[in-house]
Design a protein around this ligand. Structure first.
Ligand SMILES: *Cc1c(COP(=O)(O)O)cnc(C)c1O
Length: 432
């Protein structure tokens, strides 16, 4: 939780990456957050056991629902994002599924950006079909398209801060205003920017979801995800009986009325996480929280390398297009200035003039870049989206996501930029 004390000015971002959620272990004095590798916790007595299960007291019962190591990570992430709190999950997709399952009912409608991580597109299309939730994809760059897609049953708007992999930057403020006019929350996937580069709550977003697997952990070691709630969306506006009314899944509890700011978070934890069971492991939470301690440092170097490499590629005769939003020539330059003044992230695509064949040869000849399906690692990564991460998409969906047959996605790591450029250079030379 954020320190709301009026006497003390809030600490700076870097200080909070290290100290938020961290206090010496009360039993042992251990300074680093211990890994509480336990399934369950002994109750002091029968009364406190009952109070925990009644949610009259907040305490550890079973690690599917909460765990002190996971809680330290949740507190740190919520603090950095400027949210009321967060609930961690076993992966980014688990976090997204959880938030939708919590707020939606059959017959509801969701509007999503058409430029999303491929796994998210697949998840939304098929999960929503099974839940009888309607889904509309819109061009995220066109506020008119968002507004035009609003229906009486629209219950959420969803987009990424920086689209994967097309690099479109969302005008969060405009889309949040459209959502709020419709009495719906704007949910933002902030995986590519992280709170180090953009904090969507400052621009009107209501809920932020993360794949912590990527830049948050930062070293490609652990899957994880989280939902961070700003805590001030009015779930009692008459449109979310599933949150405002007595819940049959928790002996008639009214989550919004009982917990106010923490209503959505409590429902996410004590019902959705309880029922879906996609809990983050204490060990992964430990690694993810450790990763956060170097997040600002890492993001600075990720962004520096992305700028160096994108500008070098943009000048290369064999490269037909570079879609890094951080380029001065990017159509998103004005949005980057507003939403991402410290850099437009470190994942971007480019197209080789030689198309698909050139793309495959190019990837095979790289030596320093690892060919794999991940982003946000200390190591630089490369992939061909059309045949891998976005393989389930149709041609028109690929086009809407800004992916061509020869598009290559890079995730810039933390190596020396000169070494990355020389690896790209040797591979491009072999093509000619
Ligand atoms: C990877 C990713 C996800 C899914 O996260 P997992 O941790 O792999 O489940 C969601 N959104 C974005 C933008 C991603 O890059």
């Amino acid at each position: 939780m954020q320190d709301q004390s009026p006497k003390k000015p809030p600490f700076g971002f870097a200080t909070r990456t290290i100290h938020a959620g961290a206090r010496p272990d009360p039993t042992t004095g251990a300074r680093t957050q211990p890994i509480y590798q336990t399934t369950s916790f002994v109750f002091e007595d029968s009364e406190s056991a009952a109070a925990y299960f009644n949610l009259q007291e907040y305490g550890n019962t079973y690690s599917r629902i909460m765990n002190p190591t996971v809680a330290a990570f949740e507190e740190r992430l919520a603090n950095l994002e400027g949210g009321a709190g967060s609930v961690a999950f076993a992966s980014g997709l688990a976090a997204q599924a959880a938030v939708f399952v919590t707020i939606l009912e059959p017959g509801d409608h969701v509007i999503a950006s058409s430029a999303l991580y491929g796994g998210t597109v697949t998840q939304l299309k098929h999960l929503f079909r099974k839940l009888s939730v309607e889904l509309s994809f819109v061009n995220p760059d066109d506020p008119g398209a968002w507004r035009g897609a609003i229906k009486a049953n629209t219950k959420a708007l969803f987009a990424e801060t920086i689209g994967n992999p097309g690099g479109n930057v969302l005008d969060i403020e405009s889309v949040a205003a459209i959502a709020h006019d419709a009495g719906a929350p704007l949910i933002i996937d902030n995986t590519f920017a992280t709170a180090a580069l953009c904090r969507p709550f400052e621009f009107g977003a209501d809920v932020v979801v993360y794949s912590a697997t990527k830049f948050i952990g930062g070293h490609g070691t652990s899957l994880g995800g989280a939902v961070v709630d700003k805590g001030d969306f009015d779930w009692s506006n008459g449109r979310y009986p599933v949150i405002a009314n007595a819940s049959p899944a928790y002996h008639g509890l009214k989550f919004h009325e009982t917990f106010g700011t923490y209503g959505l978070l409590m429902k996410l934890r004590t019902e959705t996480l309880r029922d879906l069971g996609a809990a983050l492991s204490p060990f992964n939470a430990f690694l993810l929280a450790l990763g956060v301690e170097t997040l600002p440092l890492r993001m600075r170097q990720h962004v520096y390398n992305a700028n160096e490499v994108a500008n070098w590629l943009a000048r290369h005769p064999q490269v037909s297009r570079v879609s890094y939003p951080g380029l001065a020539t990017s159509p998103y330059a004005a949005l980057v200035k507003k939403y991402l003044p410290q850099g437009a992230g470190a994942v971007f695509c480019f197209d080789l003039a030689g198309g698909r064949t050139a793309g495959t040869q190019f990837i095979a000849a790289l030596e320093l870049f690892s060919h794999l399906a991940n982003v946000g690692d200390a190591k630089s990564l490369v992939i061909h989206p059309a045949t891998t991460t976005h393989r389930q998409l149709s041609d028109s969906e690929l086009a809407a996501a800004g992916i061509g047959p020869g598009t290559i996605r890079l995730s810039m790591g933390l190596e020396d930029a000169a070494d990355l450029i020389s690896d790209l250079d040797q591979s491009l030379r072999r093509l000619s």
